[in-house]
Ligand binder design. Structure first.
Ligand SMILES: C[S@@+](CC[C@H](N)C(=O)[O-])C[C@H]1O[C@@H](n2cnc3c(N)ncnc32)[C@H](O)[C@@H]1O
Length: 300
């Protein structure tokens, strides 16, 4: 994953790095305080500082901060939602500290995570979060429930993300799925077990803390076995993510045979990425990916 500490906190009140003696930091702080104040979030942000000192879970911002900001996922999701007719609906699988969820501008926002790290008792208006796994969530989700955008950022394994995607597709009606972390930084970041990956990185003295898991195999699987889906992988301008949508709204998506699934699972990072990002990922810029998706994604 884009390390949670980086992406998930990108929309937070992060002090700007600066050369000593410049006036950038006070200015940036003042701008952030102003933004928090006009958006009605200053009280929550100050309260969160106290909560953090007392070891209590943070509260989500009352309203998304404006603009397309530095928080990569929220920016991309908002660019799509802003092109749709309201009311819009959004689901996030794997919400963690809620940084993306709180910055997405959808009329109604839903989230699921077995261990969300914020206060579920005092959620903003029109936000619902269930503390459970994605499998359990989708199992009980009303069949008629549809979302405009679903962000898959839960368990970062091929098998679970594939299961999440198939469930998600059942709840789209001209909407789109954004899948996180679809291009690993290197072979170690592609290891499916986060602990093993981080330990190996330390052992090898590799820089940084990236971990993406083997979600990348999902893109290969979709490109090879799901002709009913369109996809584009966003590279540059932040974490690599893949947008997936049904090119024919009436089509259904069936899970591939378990033998094929096993074959996909056996793919290796080294072979797949030895000459760079394979064409099946349809790598492109954020602008190109969003333009492609907006040709298909329609307001209901
Ligand atoms: C990378 S963090 C999510 C970051 C968040 N989407 C954001 O942008 O700020 C991954 C989250 O997935 C959650 N998770 C792990 N397994 C899950 C599952 N089976 N279903 C739903 N969420 C899961 C973890 O608890 C963790 O909070």
């Amino acid at each position: 994953m884009e390390p949670p500490a980086a992406d998930a906190c990108a929309g937070e009140l992060v002090p700007t790095r600066q050369d000593p003696g410049t006036r950038a930091e006070p200015r940036a702080r003042a701008a952030t305080l102003w933004k928090l104040s006009v958006s009605g979030n200053l009280g929550v942000r100050l309260g969160n500082q106290i909560r953090s000192r007392k070891g209590r879970p943070r509260r989500l911002l009352r309203r998304p901060l404006g603009g397309y900001g530095r928080a990569t996922s929220a920016r991309r999701i908002n660019r799509i939602l802003d092109a749709l007719q309201e009311p819009t609906t959004y689901l996030e699988v794997g919400v963690w500290r809620g940084t993306t969820l709180e910055n997405v501008r959808a009329t109604r926002r839903y989230g699921v995570d077995p261990a969300p790290r914020f206060d579920l008792a005092r959620l903003p208006k029109n936000v619902d979060v269930e503390s459970t796994t994605s499998d359990a969530y989708f199992e009980h989700l009303d069949h008629d429930m549809v979302f405009d955008v679903i962000f898959l950022d839960g368990e970062h394994t091929f098998r679970q993300t594939y299961a999440d995607l198939l469930h998600a597709l059942d709840h789209l009606d001209g909407g789109v799925v954004l899948v996180d972390d679809t291009i690993p930084t290197d072979e170690v970041s592609a290891l499916p077990d986060e602990r093993v990956s981080r330990a190996r990185r330390k052992e090898l003295g590799l820089p940084g803390t990236p971990w993406h898991g083997d979600v990348w195999k999902l893109v290969v699987c979709l490109a090879q076995f799901h002709g009913e889906l369109g996809l584009r992988t966003i590279v540059g301008s932040g974490n690599p993510q893949t947008l997936v949508w049904r090119t024919d709204r009436g089509a259904t998506s069936r899970r591939v045979d378990h033998l094929i699934e096993g074959e996909v699972e056996r793919l290796t990072y080294r072979e797949t990425f030895e000459s760079g990002i394979p064409d099946v990922f349809q790598p492109c810029s954020e602008d190109e990916a969003i333009s492609a998706v907006l040709e298909f994604v329609q307001p209901r």
